[in-house]
Design a protein around this ligand. Sequence first.
Ligand code: PEP
Ligand code: MG
Length: 763
Amino acid sequence: MQKRPEEKPRIMAPEPALRIIMRGLREIMSDKADGQSRLDRIVHQIAGVMVAEVCSIYLKRRDGSLELYASEGLKPEAVHKTRLNRNEGLVGRCAEQALPINEPDASSHPAFSYRPETGEEAYHSMLAVPVMRSSKVVGVLVIQNHTRREYPEEDVEVLQSTAMVVAELLASGGVAGSEADIELQRAGSAVIKAQKLADGIALGHAVLHEPRIVVTNLLAEDSTVELARLEAALSRLRRGIDDMLSNERLSAAGEHHDVLEAYRMFAHDRGWEHRLRGAVHDGLTADAAVERVQNATRAKMLRQIDPYWAERLRDLDDLSDRLLRILAGRADQHGHLENLPDDTILIARTMGPAELLDYDRTKLRGLVVEDGSTQSHVAIVAKALGIAAIGQAHRIVEHVSDGEAVIVDSEAGVVHLRPTSDVIAAFQDKVRFRAKRQERFHSLRNLPSVTRDGKRVSLMLNAGMLVDIPHLEESGAEGIGLFRTELQFMLAERLPRLNRQIQAYKSVIEQAKGHRVIFRTLDVGGDKVLPYLHRMPEENPAMGWRAIRMSLDQPALFRTQIRALLRAHCGRPLSLMVPMLTAASEMDDIRELIDKEMEHARRHAHPLPASMSIGAMLEVPSLLFELDKVMEKTDFISIGSNDLLQFLFATDRTSGQVARRYDVLSHAPLRALISVFEAGRRNNVPVTVCGEMAGTPIEAMALVGLGCSSLSMAASSIGPVKAMVRSLPAGVLARELPGWIEDDSVDVRAALTQFATDHDVEI
Ligand code: PEP
Ligand code: MG
């Protein structure tokens, strides 16, 4: 190699070093040569322009090690011989952390790995940058010099930009040869532990909800044009965020607002803009400039341990993604709505229920989000659509690319990325097994829901959207035991007016084709937020201004809904129930409002429903001590076990950490339930259960054992619960169960499980 004296002036302005390197790289690529000779010329070229005595490229092999693929300055015999294990030496560390390493005295660094075949101990300073493509490290580009010095920031940036180009050349197959055992796009398999949002197993291919742009055009033909593109994209980005912030609907929603404020702050950040312009001045396209600055942010993100700042850097990362989409002309495109694969697994940082409904249901198999809880709205919609969904999948968006194979296993709460063929085969088996089970449940569809000893148990459906209604026929449910009307409100842009509500309820009634539908009046508040409804922030929203508390304080909202329900039911029987009743006396206030609406309908000569049945949900423990009084005032009771247990145990139902801590089948809740069923019999008032408990076979078995003859659940639970009912000797259980519940020393869940085994009950 030809040595360059240290004092030789660096070629900088007026022509930036990067541009010279880029020109050289273009020439190299246009010459006919094999991959290895091109790589050799590339390192030679970079070393020359950067006045480095050594320039080397290490490429990541499929086993994770790094192989020296080309070098200017290190001993030639080391090329293809030197291999560094994962995380070995400074080069390995650079790859592992995806961070540049700038060391004035590399050979005395504790992490330095001495490889005699390279002869690199003679060089003190070292600058190593990761070669990355689509957020994955595929190699490391290194320069070294004799003298001890820290490389200036400009050198780091130039080498990073060069590494981006090298990554592109590698991906195009133009260097290193296609036979090389190196890892380019493909990272290995990975398993991410997360939380189930909606039941199911799905095999398919990733579609990023916010598509990540792969920048392939890196070198600017004309920097002035690129600067103009950057300016235009930045102002569009800023305008978009300003618009969102001034949008009244969103600015009312606290969390959204904070995120957008942070976005706005970053979008107007001068330092960010300065760095972007600097990269364009260096000869990059606007897109490549955004990517280079984004890579630097990512590097900082990885180093950041303060969660607050890590989150802010993530905002900035997200902003860069948006800017890239604007530059690529794909700003308005969500997850390529048009060309979805038939087995789409949607991957998103966050997703609202309405956004999910924008996708073609027939192509969706699964959903993975980085946030979300079982009770989140998107989870409710995913359940309704029947797709497997997983939440709390930490930073999954960074780990997966469009089109990669993904398996969502919400039974186990894991996501498999790029699964190997044997994992795929195992899951295909599992899916076949589940399908068989489903088939069996399906075959029960038209059989009566009667216990082995002849007791009828009515099985109803929980629903909330029109897409739920076909499940009535498919599952063989008797009717809809809980229609969550708030979903229509949550999905709407603004408060649905009377006519819209009438239309919505009419469609439900028509599609239910004569099956009974119990409409629950608006249950908003708590975690169910209507973004257009202004409300005071609350410390404890689950116990705050929600459900009928809101209805009673703001009767106009409630009365409009009742008016819509009355009008939609003209000449038909209407069943409605109110959520979160806390005191029996509230039922009088509710009835008074309903009476007013009946009166209004009569005055305006609107035909009335053929009959009306008004129920109350038992969700607040205080009602347990007023059972006779509340039953006097209601036509039926529906136990909302999700809320009832949350308040009985003082255990937040949305918190994964505590939600499973207390057993539904333990003495306290079962004793409470006994008192409700007894009161129902005493007062001749039907009692149903419509919380999650009703849809779990063993828990449903306990309810039937306590005398409950009506259960309402998600469509997917109807089959398994019917199988349990049809195999249950209810009378035998009814005789034994009260004794277990009375006896503090009995583990009731264990006793029920044993009973199921002894009597061949399918649970
Ligand atoms: C319940 O609380 O059990 C219930 C069915 O209502 P929701 O889940 O909608 O709060
Ligand atoms: Mg509830």
